[in-house]
Ligand binder design. Structure first.
Ligand code: HOZ
Length: 438
């Protein structure tokens, strides 16, 4: 080992990848993990603690993937691990109501502004949350069309795999094979941050739009914040036309503020989708809104949605404990300033090396772009120098910094990112940009 832990795949990771590729498509259980966007092989992760992941080759890496968002209070937080361990001793799954899920629902509804006085339904992933919220929106309005943004990613339900960001963007896929044309026939695509396009969609489809689903801060085309007035404009258009506004806060929920992006930007959606942090590292998703809308869901109403592992006691223990820690410690101001230091430090390193680079940050999420001007939508994000990103990614990994292996993903900071981690990151960034420029 050098001064930094070289995080590139060593012998053990390569060996595992060779075995994995024989039994798991592409060797991975989710496409971006295969490193197609950056080349080379992924390091396999043995364990994680605080702001570090430890690879099978023995390197300790400063982690900005954070399990793609959930690890806001660091990996393996002792309180969360204790809660899950205790819950496991009491039984892994009942498929029946529990006291803990009631407390969890109450706390979620207290923390997320648009759910105050409303209701929330627990599911097992972000994909399930968005898929169910859209079914609810269609059921509640009696309309069929949905509007989503170009480069927006809301999980892998058929109707949402059109012009999707994240893994689809990384692989350059405009859609997905296996999605019949009629599954996306009612999906209207608009550019992110473009209110006129949304107004035009309403004009074209008048009373047929059930909902607009949007990541209030786009996180799957890199991290791109809403332009001033964009979210408020969406709110207004939806109210005007009787459509529901759905915030996909799977990434932003509990991250950009305790109450998510809706608290940060003070815009109230009709439905909110949650995932990632809400599960504290376990598979949890949730969707909620006012009692009036949520009463359409079975068994109260005719919109069906169910799940054997929904409200699973281990998952609830992890999520509930994580939210209690956040509500108790209120770390968001400190998280934002840590993130700002990192973003500004990386930007300064790029400027010093003369590499065209820009960034966006909202709270504890950020994105760096190999483009002089930070993008405002997916079309602009696609203009980034992807080769430069891939080289930077590999240089950072070689110096012990684990970023998401795609220009079209966001970076996540946790409360466990300490002085040493920040220093290491910024030193690595200086060297990485110098290597790119040289
Ligand atoms: N699409 C996910 C992030 N935006 C990737 C999740 C994963 O590979 O675990």
């Amino acid at each position: 080992m050098t001064e930094f832990d070289d995080g590139r795949a060593g012998e053990r990771s390569r060996e595992l990848m060779t075995r994995a590729q024989k039994r798991i498509p592409g060797g991975v259980n989710s496409p971006v993990r295969a490193f197609s966007g950056v080349g080379g092989h992924p390091p396999f992760i043995r364990k994680a603690s605080g702001c570090h992941v430890i690879t099978e080759d023995g390197a300790a890496l400063v982690d900005y993937v954070g399990s793609w968002g959930p690890a806001l209070i660091g990996h393996a937080h002792p309180e969360v691990v204790d809660a899950v361990t205790k819950a496991a001793r009491d039984g892994l799954s009942f498929g029946a109501p529990t006291a803990a899920e009631v407390e969890f629902a109450e706390l979620i509804c207290e923390l997320v502004p648009s759910l105050q006085g409303g209701m929330v339904r627990l599911v097992s992933s972000g994909t399930e949350a968005t898929m169910s919220a859209l079914r609810l929106a269609r059921g509640a309005t009696g309309r069929s069309k949905i509007v989503k943004c170009d480069g927006g990613y809301h999980g892998h339900a058929d109707m949402l795999l059109a012009a999707a960001g994240s893994g689809a963007a990384t692989l350059g896929l405009p859609g997905s094979a296996g999605v019949p044309e009629n599954a996306v026939a009612d999906t209207v695509i608009v550019p992110y941050n473009d209110l006129e396009a949304v107004a035009a969609a309403f004009e074209a489809h008048a009373d047929d739009i059930a909902a607009i689903i949007v990541e209030p801060v786009a996180g799957n085309m890199g991290c791109i914040p809403p332009r001033e007035g964009y979210l408020a404009g969406l709110r207004e258009l939806c109210s005007q036309h009787g459509a529901l506004l759905i915030f996909d806060e799977v990434m932003t929920g509990f991250r950009v503020a305790l109450g998510g992006a809706q608290a940060h930007y003070e815009v109230t959606p009709d439905l909110t989708c949650l995932g990632k942090i809400v599960g504290g590292g376990m598979p949890v998703g949730a969707y909620g809104g006012s009692t009036t809308v949520m009463r359409h869901i079975a068994p109260l109403g005719p919109v069906y949605q169910a799940g054997t592992l929904s409200g699973n006691p281990l998952a609830v223990a992890a999520g509930l404990t994580t939210l209690k820690i956040l509500a108790r410690e209120r770390p968001h101001e400190a998280l934002t300033s840590t993130t700002t230091r990192i973003v500004e430090g990386i930007g300064a390193a790029a400027a010093e090396a003369g590499v065209p680079f820009s960034s966006h940050q909202v709270g504890a999420m950020f994105g760096g772009f190999f483009r002089a001007e930070a993008p405002n939508n997916y079309a602009e994000a696609k203009q980034c120098d992807l080769d430069a990103f891939a080289r930077f990614f590999q240089e950072m990994l070689a110096r012990g910094v684990y970023l998401a292996p795609s220009q079209f993903e966001a970076a996540f900071v946790s409360t466990a990112h300490d002085e040493a981690a920040i220093e290491l990151t910024l030193t690595a960034a200086k060297e990485a940009f110098a290597a790119l420029a040289g």
